[in-house]
Design a protein around this ligand. Structure first.
Ligand code: C2E
Ligand code: MG
Ligand code: MG
Ligand code: MG
Length: 289
């Protein structure tokens, strides 16, 4: 059945469009239910010293195991939650859980949590985090917050003010996926940051691609000059790791070469492993999350 629209174009109604719409609405309803009824959980991906000798921080990554669909990735349901206006409920769950877990880890191991722009639109987040830290007896030094470049496009002044208040309390602020947004390097100088997490797009092919190495070196040099610490994300191969190490490109390395994201219980095992001087993490946990 075809329907005429204004300028004479025809829009064809297709039943499968309807089915897709209904499926998406159901996924939204299911997500709301999961958020409200404990249907989410978190996994952790460790950040290692580049030589693999110790874990310095673990990034909390949220997971949703859908009753019928199985695992739904955060790249799907976080944007959905943002659109529904419920992402802050997810953030609060993750902050709460991550701080509780971190408090049980040996000092000075830190935990890192991803924030969305919606979390930073309201300064209530400051009091919330302070309360969670206090209740768990966790030093603010052991909490990192990750934001993407896009949050600074939104309301740069208020976002910067909130992040600066976090930093004033001792919380560490990291810019995530650096280099993938409409980033300007000059930003790095003005934003309230402690850590730059360089996106894995810069690591892919770095061993083969001379231009990638130059880009990476440029970002690293500038970040260092500005006194920022550098986390390199998405390091998958020993070759990439060797190259990063040979050039001193990273303060911390996060990626499959050391460990996939793993269940909280497995972090304890990895910590025991690293205390014994081993890094018996790599690839042992594939598919478990
Ligand atoms: P991100 O914060 O940049 O997290 C890193 C992502 O890269 C994770 O995907 C991780 O599993 C993946 N990764 C880590 N090492 C490697 C590697 O060596 N190779 C490759 N190919 N990938 C690697 P994940 O868990 O699917 O998360 C995707 C994104 O979803 C995250 O990117 C983050 O932006 C968002 N996200 C995850 N958890 C949360 C959360 O609790 N809150 C918010 N707001 N966003 C979250
Ligand atoms: Mg992140
Ligand atoms: Mg990232
Ligand atoms: Mg990301």
């Amino acid at each position: 059945h075809a329907k005429s629209v204004g300028n004479g174009t025809l829009t064809v109604f297709r039943p499968e469009m309807d089915a897709q719409y209904i499926a998406e609405q159901k996924l939204r309803t299911d997500l709301r239910h999961a958020v409200e009824h404990g249907g989410l959980h978190i996994v952790y991906q460790p950040m290692y010293k580049p030589d693999g000798s110790s874990i310095e921080c673990c990034e909390a990554l949220v997971r949703w195991r859908h009753p019928e669909r199985g695992m739904v990735g955060p790249n799907i349901f976080i944007p959905m939650a943002e659109d529904m206006g419920i992402v802050s409920a997810i953030s609060r769950f993750v902050i709460e859980q991550a701080c509780r877990d971190c408090a049980a880890w040996p000092e000075p191991l830190a935990v890192s949590v991803n924030l969305s722009i919606q979390d930073l639109r309201n300064s209530d987040i400051l009091a919330f985090v302070a309360d969670v830290l206090e209740r768990n007896g966790l030093s603010p030094k052991r909490l990192h917050l990750e934001v993407t470049e896009s949050v600074f496009m939104d309301e740069p002044v208020s976002v910067s003010a909130i992040l600066n208040q976090f930093r004033a309390t001792g919380v560490t602020v990291a810019i995530d996926d650096f280099g993938t947004g409409f980033s300007s390097l000059s930003y790095l100088d003005t934003l309230p940051l402690d850590i730059v997490k360089i996106d894995r797009a810069f690591i892919r092919n770095v061993a083969e691609d001379e231009r990638k190495r130059k880009l990476l070196r440029g970002i690293v040099n500038l970040s260092r000059d500005l006194g920022l610490r550098i986390v390199v994300e998405g390091v998958e191969t020993q070759e990439q790791l060797s190259l990063i190490n040979a050039r001193g490109f990273a303060d911390l390395v996060q990626g499959y070469v050391f460990s996939m994201p793993v269940a909280p219980e497995e972090i304890d095992e990895l910590l025991n492993g690293s205390l014994r001087g081993g890094k018996r993490s790599r690839l042992t946990s594939r598919n478990k999350t």
